[in-house]
Design a protein around this ligand. Structure first.
Ligand code: S3P
Length: 426
């Protein structure tokens, strides 16, 4: 599907964004290995989270889906059954990396695969620590999917993370639930901690003392209700829209504002953006609030170090804010962008480049001169949901129309993105 976007001005709107992708995945996975029924509300029905549901159904878990309301009939830590045929993770890195930590410890073998993009995402980063724990994982494709996992008895390890990755950390933490002894993970730079929060909510014993994460064995996890907040990674598109579209004011209700995810708010505020959090509250151990943004005069900033993992998925749309700012913005320490759904350093530069943006790619980030007025163009999503949405937001302040090809990939994380975008028009 192609989607054509026209520029707009004067947005005055209160919106909601769909459920958090990271939390939705985890609710299904952890619910499946907990005892009892996990009732999930606000679940993201995007393709990635539906892949997670598909995998656990194949592993013998009964999951009822009624729109954003999901019931997972968990069978406890030892309740999964050998699947018939391959597990298909679709486009989802979170599914394949997290589920591998669980499958490594089962009393059966299985095979995992996904789409063309997933077959280019590095899996050695989970294979290495899980193998140290005693796992037997075969990659028939030199460190990429498909993966064959032969279930084994696992033992605890102490592991120092070479890259900040919540998916790797979570994979090890899930394996630790089945391992003998205390597992220790040293995390030099903090990554999102939804796994630690939700597993503890379900009865696990995980502590984090200054980046030293310790998981002690428990006998079982117990189901609890999960209300998934809106995804800050989806909200980020409308935060940037509200800041750069003239005469605008947007409130995004019910967004997860876990401090390991709010780098985008810090970065936009550092640029002089009006980003206000109202109605702060807590749900299932996760902080939630409404985010208010107003058109602002943005100034360039420098992004590097600890903030990068706290906003890694938002850097594509952050680039759109930087293009509108006064001065030159630099992004460093963001090499991980190269191994996302697309190589986002290359694809963001190339696709916004078609709209006239002059972005210099570097080995670990981008140099983005501000004050650039863009023009409409035909851009391609590279089947990367966040790239499609980034081009759509850039189109709002460009001259003329922009057409995005393969635009329907937004269904991965934000199925009604274009409807919400269209609703901003007066
Ligand atoms: C995620 C972690 C991040 C993020 C991804 C979701 C998660 O990936 O980019 O969209 O749910 O744990 P990495 O762990 O590779 O940084």
């Amino acid at each position: 599907m192609n989607k054509t976007i026209k520029p707009i001005t004067d947005i005055e709107k209160t919106i909601r964004v769909p459920g958090d992708k990271s939390i939705s995945h985890r609710a299904v996975m952890f619910g499946s290995i907990a005892k009892g029924d996990t009732e999930i509300t606000g679940f993201l029905t995007g393709d990635d989270c539906m892949s997670t549901i598909g995998c656990f159904k194949k592993l013998g878990i009964d999951i009822e889906a009624d729109g954003e309301h999901i019931t997972v009939h968990g069978k406890g830590l030892n309740g999964l059954a050998a699947p018939l045929g391959r597990l298909d993770v679709g486009n989802s890195g979170t599914t394949i990396r997290l589920i591998s930590g669980i499958l490594a410890a089962q009393g059966f073998d299985c095979e995992l695969n996904g789409d063309a993009s997933i077959q280019k995402r590095p899996m050695k980063r989970i294979i290495a620590p899980l193998t140290e724990m005693g796992a037997d994982i075969e990659s028939t494709n030199g460190g990429y999917a498909p993966l064959k996992i032969h279930g084994k008895k696992l033992k605890a390890i102490e592991y120092t993370m070479p890259v900040a990755s919540a998916q790797v950390k979570s994979s090890i933490l899930l394996a630790s639930l089945f391992a003998e002894g205390e597992t220790v993970i040293n995390e030099p730079v903090a990554s999102r901690d939804h796994t630690e929060i939700m597993l503890n909510y379900f009865g696990a014993d995980i502590t984090n003392t200054n980046g030293r994460i310790v998981s002690r064995p428990v006998k079982e996890l117990y189901a609890k209700a999960i209300a998934v907040p809106g995804d800050i990674s989806s909200a980020a598109f409308f935060m940037v829209a509200g800041l750069i579209v003239p005469n605008s004011h947007i409130i995004i209700e019910n967004v997860g504002i876990n401090p390991t995810r709010t780098g985008i708010i810090d970065a936009l505020r550092a640029m002089g953006g009006y980003v206000n959090i109202i109605n702060e509250r807590s749900s299932g151990g996760e902080p939630v609030g409404d985010i208010e943004v107003k058109t602002s005069h943005l100034k360039a900033t420098e992004l590097s170090g600890d903030i990068i993992p706290r906003m890694i998925d938002e850097i594509p749309v952050f680039a759109v804010a930087a293009l509108a700012a006064e001065g030159t913005t630099t992004v460093r320490d963001a090499r991980e962008l190269k191994v996302k759904e697309s190589n986002r350093i290359a694809t963001v530069s190339a696709e916004l480049g078609k709209m006239g943006a002059d972005i210099t790619e570097t080995d670990d980030g981008m140099i983005i001169p501000g004050g650039q007025h863009l023009h409409g163009a035909v851009t391609d999503s590279h089947l990367d949901h966040r790239l499609a949405m980034t081009c759509a937001i850039a189109a709002l302040t460009s001259d003329g129309e922009t057409t995005i090809t393969d635009a329907d990939c937004v269904g991965i994380s934000f199925p009604d993105f274009y409807e919400v975008l269209d609703s901003l028009k007066r």
